[in-house]
Write a protein that binds this ligand. Sequence first.
Ligand code: CP
Ligand code: NVA
Length: 306
Amino acid sequence: MSARHFLSMMDCTPTELVSLIRRGMELKDLRNRGVLFEPLKNRVLGMIFEKASTRTRVSFEAGMIQLGGQAIFLSPRDTQLGRGEPIGDAAIVMSRMLDVVMIRTFAHSTLTEFAANSRVPVINGLSDDLHPCQLLADMQTFFEHRGSIAGKTVAWIGDGNNMCNSYIEAAEQFDFQLRVACPQGYEPSAELLAKYGDRVLVTQDPMEAVRGADLVSTDVWASMGQEEEAEQRMARFKPYQVTRELLDAAAEDVLFMHCLPAHRGEEISEDLLDDPRSVAWDQAENRLHAQKALLEFLVEPAYHHA
Ligand code: CP
Ligand code: NVA
């Protein structure tokens, strides 16, 4: 099918990504000035959530309403998806009724299978492998505070998870260096490391990763779906807590980001979100603006390029 999808950062060109970030900033400004902008009037977003969410759900739903459209929340519990309807069949039917679909799921193949059968754009709202929408917000946040991220150094501390994988793709697309500090056995995707290895240094030493970094980012130690491993992970990840002291080893003007939800006392110290170097709340807000730019780009590209 010919629809344009956003399943990973690699689905857009670097130029398109930068223009999405700029557009997110423009849409944020319009909203702050109280200007109504409704290019998606009568358009409908379907949101399939197989995992919990606060930010992704609220930002997509509020974003569609602000753009003049509507969003429908779909959980497998009360759709036929939960009773075994093949994902491809659901994609054929839903995409005949909707204008765009967002899916938060476990296996990344659910997204690719849905997309392969969809007439309309499909957006990855997080899979076990990737979380590209969060990276749009993170990149917008860095641009707002510090300008271009090209040539900068980013440190990822903790689990080599879906967020970390998307940071690797972002390093390639936005032209920065990434240092990942994680315990042995918790490295990011070997496939991505093989592809973009020249962008990424993997170490077990958080200090080595953070030294001189312009951005430090982390995430929970046990992601959704890993609840049973949580206890064992707590012990393994203990040396990887991000603290004010660790940030002191980074660049003078370092920014700290966390995609949230945060577990204070685990992956971050109790006080880290209160540190002036943390921009986690701006980052969370930017999910709204960045995804509005994405929705506009996928559903009404004419406005995006206006
Ligand atoms: N960061 C993020 O995706 O948050 P939610 O799980 O609340 O959507
Ligand atoms: N890595 C986390 C991100 C949550 C937004 C998870 O997948 O649960």
